[in-house]
Write a protein of this length. Structure first.
Length: 275
């Protein structure tokens, strides 16, 4: 199972890197419609929609995503703000109180808040810098891998046994250590290449961003685990051998990347607003 998991992950990574660095923007936009549609179908199934309802929700999500992209970058900040409010304020309460998905409107809006900001963030961050997008996504990947191996080796104390029994505090500690080291390596590499001006404020702001993204990625993982528990499903689907469904692979990105886009792309605007 582990070999199949790694084979799938490496295949996906190779395809993603090829698209990220070689595709022109129109093709990149079309490519991102695929995970949006597939993720929406999986979300519809987890939310209790019938197959036809899931297909309609997926089509509607694609059309709404295209319309939001056409609005242009300045309006995307509002989408990222909504996603940030959802993940930072609403989802922790959702998990603490064990809220369910009994209302159809809540199912639809929640699905859009999970999927649409992620796709917009991948479009906007790639337009800003493909390398920046890759470095931000790597925070999530490194944290997830470190949590898996450190939890498997040292895990004893459960993080959220009522939601995801496999996650441990030792796994979180391993992930924190890994992303902290990753932030330090980024700064050292930037300094060695004469690009330290990109991190003029030093290591701490970079580390704080990495820690925030790690926290959000764990939150996204736990939230999807809770939704799967409500649906009585082990995985969100069967699309990816060894991994389950698409949502099982992007759950941590749905919660972290829109917030990263808000900070990286619109941080100066937010700073001026609060002054």
């Amino acid at each position: 199972m582990l070999a199949k998991r790694w084979a799938t992950a490496l295949t996906l990574l190779a395809g993603f890197l090829a698209c990220l660095f070689w595709l022109p923007e129109p093709a990149w936009t079309l490519v991102l419609l695929l995970p949006l549609v597939l993720g929406a179908r999986e979300w519809g199934a987890l939310s209790g929609f019938k197959p036809l309802g899931s297909a309609v929700f997926a089509l509607g999500s694609a059309l709404l995503g295209a319309a939001m992209y056409a609005w242009g970058g300045p309006y995307h900040a509002l989408v990222y703000l909504a996603a940030t409010a959802f993940w930072v304020l609403l989802v922790p309460l959702w998990l603490v109180f064990g809220w369910r998905l009994d209302n159809v409107l809540i199912r639809i809006v929640s699905g859009w808040l999970i999927l649409l900001p992620l796709v917009l963030a991948m479009l906007d961050l790639r337009a800003y810098s493909p390398v920046a997008l890759l470095l931000l996504m790597a925070v999530v990947w490194i944290g997830d891998s470190a949590a898996f191996f450190s939890g498997k080796r040292f895990g004893k104390r459960k993080l959220a046994p009522g939601i995801s029994p496999g996650k441990t505090w030792e796994g979180v500690a391993g992930a924190w250590l890994a992303v902290t080291l990753y932030a330090a390596i980024i700064l050292l590499v930037a300094e060695s290449q004469g690009r330290a001006h990109a991190f003029a404020d030093g290591w701490l702001p970079l580390a704080l961003l990495a820690w925030l993204l790690l926290y959000l990625s764990i939150l996204g993982d736990l939230f999807e685990s809770w939704i799967k528990r409500l649906a009585g499903a082990k995985d969100s689907g069967t699309l990816l051998p060894g991994h389950g469904g698409l949502l099982d692979r992007i759950d941590a990105l749905t919660s972290s990347l829109p917030v990263a886009a808000l900070i990286v792309l619109h941080g100066n605007q937010l700073y001026r607003v609060v002054q």
